[in-house]
Structures are given as structure tokens and as C-alpha cells.
Design a protein around this ligand. Structure first.
Ligand SMILES: Nc1nc2c(ncn2[C@@H]2O[C@H](COP(=O)(O)OP(=O)(O)OP(=O)(O)O)[C@@H](O)[C@H]2O)c(=O)[nH]1
Ligand SMILES: [Mg+2]
Length: 150
């Protein structure tokens, strides 16, 4: 059976690859690419797939290889990028992640509101790959789903 990975979806620059690197225990440079990146534990989805609605079908197709989805909103830049109810198009479980929680604390409630509007249920994970906040809690949650090895 094909390995099911954690699919990471989010807007441009929201911190998808940084989070993927943490979940893959990769400590090298932050590589930039427009392509989908399949790694040990993750599928890093290009931001174009959610910014352009007709590309949603590619996201749905990719999600066949996902055991769960992390849907990210960026606390440092809360522009609305998802259509209402977006999270409900997937068959696998969707978890909300608020990235860059070390920045713009004033946007905390707005990020939570955005996740609710796109159909993601709590709990939400507030993380910072810079300070490390929330990373262990997210890893533990993913381990409990058997999406990360111990
Ligand atoms: N302050 C802060 N910066 C972060 C955090 N995570 C990532 N960054 C920075 O945000 C920028 C974008 O990070 P990436 O991980 O490349 O984001 P991405 O979503 O993969 O970007 P694209 O693939 O280009 O859409 C980089 O400069 C990172 O160092 C975070 O938790 N806090
Ligand atoms: Mg990236």
C-alpha cells in the first residue's frame, strides 16, 4: 500500500516548506520551488494550487496520497485566500494550523475566524518554526494519528 503523507496547504510564503522541513527532520537550507514536493512524511503543495480556483482539482487529486491535511493560515499576513467551506472538499481529516504565531499577535482571533469560515474544526495549532512554539504539540497530535513515527 502507498505511504500516506501529511499534506501541507497554505498561501504563498505562509511557512509551508519550513513546517515540512521540521516534520521531516530536515535541517538543511530552505529550498524554494514551484513544484509539489513529496518528502519522507509530507506533501508540500504549491501555493498556486489554492490561489487559483480552477487548480483546486490538482489539490484534490494530490490529497489521494494524503492521510491528513494541515491547512495553514498565516498570523503575520491574514489575507483571505480560501473559498468559504474549502476544507470540506477533502475526504481525509483536515487540521488547522496558524503559522508564524511569533508575529502580529493582534491577528490571532482573525486567523481562528478564517479557519472556522473555511470549515476547519478545532483544535487549531498555533506554531512558529522560528521560536519552536507549538511544534511539539503538533507533532504529538500527528503521532497519535500515526502520521509521524515516534
Ligand atoms: N517569523 C517567522 N517566519 C517564518 C516562520 N516560518 C517560516 N518563516 C519565514 O517565512 C518565509 C517563507 O517560509 P517558507 O517556509 O518558504 O514558506 P512557504 O509557504 O513554503 O513559501 P512558498 O513555497 O514560496 O509559498 C521564510 O523567510 C521563512 O524563514 C515562522 O514561524 N515565523
Ligand atoms: Mg514552499
Amino acid at each position: 500500500m502507498k505511504k500516506k503523507r501529511i499534506m501541507i496547504i497554505g498561501a504563498r510564503n505562509c511557512g509551508k516548506t519550513s513546517l515540512a522541513n521540521v516534520l521531516n527532520d530536515y535541517r538543511g537550507d530552505l529550498r524554494k520551488t514551484q513544484d509539489t514536493i513529496f518528502s519522507k512524511n509530507t506533501i508540500d503543495v504549491p501555493s498556486a494550487y489554492i490561489e487559483i480556483p480552477w487548480m483546486y482539482m490538482h489539490t484534490i487529486a494530490l490529497s489521494q496520497d494524503a492521510g491528513c491535511i494541515l491547512l495553514m493560515v498565516d498570523q503575520s499576513n491574514c489575507s483571505e485566500v480560501y473559498s468559504p467551506g474549502f476544507a470540506r472538499i477533502f475526504k481525509c481529516p483536515v487540521t488547522g494550523v496558524i503559522s508564524k504565531c511569533d508575529k502580529n499577535m493582534k491577528n490571532k482571533n482573525l486567523c481562528e475566524k478564517q479557519l472556522r469560515a473555511i470549515g476547519v474544526e478545532e483544535p487549531y495549532f498555533r506554531i512558529s518554526t522560528k521560536s519552536g512554539e507549538g511544534i511539539q504539540a503538533l507533532k504529538d497530535y500527528l503521532k497519535a494519528w500515526n502520521m509521524l513515527s515516534v
